[in-house]
Design a protein around this ligand. Sequence first.
Ligand code: ADP
Ligand code: MG
Length: 505
Amino acid sequence: MPLNGNPLGTLRILLVEDSPEDAELLSDQILEAGLAASFERVDQGAAMRAALARGAPDIVLSDLSMPGFSGYEALRILRELHPRVPFIFVSGTIGEENAVQALHEGANDYIIKHSPARLPSAVARAVREARSAIERMRVDEELMRAQRLESLALLAAGLSHDLRNILQPLLIVPDLMRGRSADPQLGRLADVVAECGRRGHEMVDSMLSFVRGSRQPSERIVVQRLFQGVGMLLKSSMPAHVELFIDVTDERLAVEANYTELQQVLLNLSLNALQAMPQGGRLSLIAECVQGVDGTDLLRIRVQDQGVGMDEQTQARLFSPFFTTKANGTGLGLVSCKRIIESSHGSIHVHSEPGVGTCFDLLLPLQLQTEGRESVDAPLVPAGRGQRVLVVDGEATRLSLLGNALSSQGYQLRLAADGAAAMRHIQDAGLPEVVLVDSGIQLLSAGQLLHEMRELGYCGPAIVLEEAGAPTFAAGYSPAGIDVHVLPKPLEMQRVFHAVADALQ
Ligand code: ADP
Ligand code: MG
């Protein structure tokens, strides 16, 4: 009688049976019931292992006792090699006791040989149940992965605020150090600290944008400059026995992307390369123009190491979230590289050979920078001449650092931790010539504070400090007569100095 239900495809059935005639009988019953199946018969442990090593069957049907082998041994071998493949005992002698033991040991069903009418439907049901169990597991895993990503997102969002505040001094203190000492050595150390601070902020931002899945604004990036920046960051963490080779074949090579994100990609790849070369070697960063398959010019950025390399299995899983072979790895580095490169309309390719090394190629749409190259050195900032600056910021560290930095630049400072304190200062000491206000202040919002000041006759400029990715100060809300400049956080002192000087002009 044909079986109803979903077609199961051609089943691969492994028969553990010493009698060829019995095996034939079983196969006939299954085929006659309308199931499509191919059969293989074994009656020894070694032969069974060999058959299972060639691939998992859909189901195993096994006799209970055979000369030199038993159904229970067959069951144990199957559970060891393929724990999820269903197993049915088919025996002439199965008694109630044996049946109970069979199920206890993990068999899915048992059937009496002499009344085999039930066999085909039992086979179909066991296969169907096993397949849906695997599907459920896959769905559960997918769900768990999604939940992990979601909790990661929450964690990242929570941490990023605190991290930014903790990192803020790294951006401001170096400028103060340079201002207080002409020692060039100290200046260089200050540069390193400032660069780390900047990098820390950028990492927090890109972590956030990764979990939010948002896209950062793109800009035209001159590869030469990008490589200079990355080289400077790498040099401070380069092991002594690793040689860094950087080559940009054409200084006009440029690409449209987000600078911070692209830098992050190169740092991730370089860090992986360094970690793959514990014995040392050469890390190369090479940018050149290559031809794409359709003949268009592409920018190829190659990050190459002479490290341990990867086998095929590792290469196949490289871009799955949380895949790592390192004890303290996150398995997120390459995932975010791929996301960033693809969001810039590029692609990422890997060639690797165990024991020889690894090469990651980034292919991106090519731009050529033809106009004058921008200068890397910031222009000189005009110093203050005692102008009165009011700074309103609820974050205590940033407030005092801003105060220090601006007064060392020649301004007269008033500091307030919230909107109400700012109004008290103004009532006591009069209006400032410029106000710097954080968009997140308490007791009065930044907009309300500016309105109150306007009421008192203030018509100077205002600099509003804003969270880069999440602006809260509505520009339209600023009162008429006050010129508002928005300054994105994290703050770098040079930008603050410029903003204040420009606002006062
Ligand atoms: P993590 O570095 O935290 O492990 P990644 O996503 O950056 O996460 O990398 C995933 C895995 O890919 C690494 O654990 C490593 O096994 C492999 N891998 C990445 N880059 C290299 C490389 N340059 N050489 C050898 N293996 C690499
Ligand atoms: Mg990594």
